[in-house]
Ligand binder design. Structure first.
Ligand SMILES: Nc1ncnc2c1ncn2[C@@H]1O[C@H](COP(=O)(O)OP(=O)(O)OP(=O)(O)O)[C@@H](O)[C@H]1O
Length: 259
């Protein structure tokens, strides 16, 4: 489990994260949601050590990441897979070489073993036929799938994804969501996803943390969102009239079933 306790992060006199305490559950799809600029990316950067908190704790199974020495942090990072907003593939490497890259850097496998492992990961994201292609020869959705294959190559315990659906159409977004959710359960990964995408929230979010202006406003299961009376959360999640209507219908249905 990842637990954050009283996390604060400031840049100069600008306080971005304000006293956030939350838990991210093992083997589940944990989503961080919130308006643009609310602090989601800064929060994830604190979790993976790209930023140091001003104060507070980041505990991985009870061990405080913030206080670890350099070697311990390097060892922890090897347990983390990351998928950035842009797929961040290397343009000069083909798909297979991109997935092999973390294995080349951090594993003691020989070339054949590394290639076999990369091909297994590409098969998991249904991209085995594209292994010889270069990033600019494949679609944005395929690039994201390559990024997912690369992120799982080293069997991470934790998977961090920053806006995995940005720039993708709704159908492709669903494919990416289902892949991330499937991989999370299949390999018992603790997955943390930053997202604005309400389809993801309702579709794959098992644990949701809602950040509002740098504070944790709400934490719970996606099924609880329907019944939540937290106005800031419902304003954010049900921003469109269509979604508001769906929530009203759902609440009426539940009331009828309970009476
Ligand atoms: N290195 C930095 N120095 C100063 N301010 C920063 C820095 N990084 C982020 N911020 C500020 O922190 C705030 C939160 O930014 P963050 O990128 O975490 O938002 P977000 O919720 O991820 O937004 P989005 O959904 O648009 O990606 C913003 O006001 C941003 O300008």
């Amino acid at each position: 489990m990842i637990e954050i306790n009283h996390l604060y992060k400031s840049f100069g006199d600008k306080e971005v994260l304000k006293d956030i305490s939350a838990t991210f559950e093992n083997g589940k799809t944990n989503l961080i949601i919130g308006q643009s600029g609310s602090g989601k990316t800064v929060l994830v950067k604190n979790l993976v050590g790209l930023l140091d908190p001003t104060s507070g704790e980041v505990l991985y199974d009870g061990r405080n990441f913030v206080l670890m020495d350099k070697n311990e942090k390097v060892a922890m990072r090897r347990e983390m897979g990351m998928i950035f907003q842009s797929a961040a593939l290397f343009d000069s490497l083909n798909v297979l070489e991109n997935v092999m890259f973390p294995l080349d850097m951090f594993s003691s496998m020989n070339y054949r073993e590394r290639m076999k492992r990369a091909q297994e990961c590409l098969a998991r994201v249904n991209l085995i036929d594209a292994e010889k292609k270069f990033p600019d020869e494949i679609s944005g959705g395929m690039q994201k799938r390559v990024a997912i294959a690369r992120a799982i190559a080293l069997n991470p315990k934790y998977l961090f994804c920053d806006e995995p659906n940005s720039g993708l159409d709704p159908k492709t977004s669903l494919v990416i969501d289902e892949l991330l959710h499937g991989i999370t359960h299949e390999f018992n990964i603790t997955t943390i996803i930053n997202t604005h995408d309400m389809n993801s929230v309702m579709g794959i979010g098992e644990k949701i943390i809602y950040i509002y202006e740098g504070k944790k406003e709400w934490e719970g299961k996606s099924s609880d969102i329907m019944m939540s009376t937290n106005e800031k959360l419902t304003d954010f999640v049900f921003a469109s009239d269509l979604l508001k209507k769906m929530k009203q219908n759902e609440m009426e249905k539940m009331r009828r079933n309970n009476s």
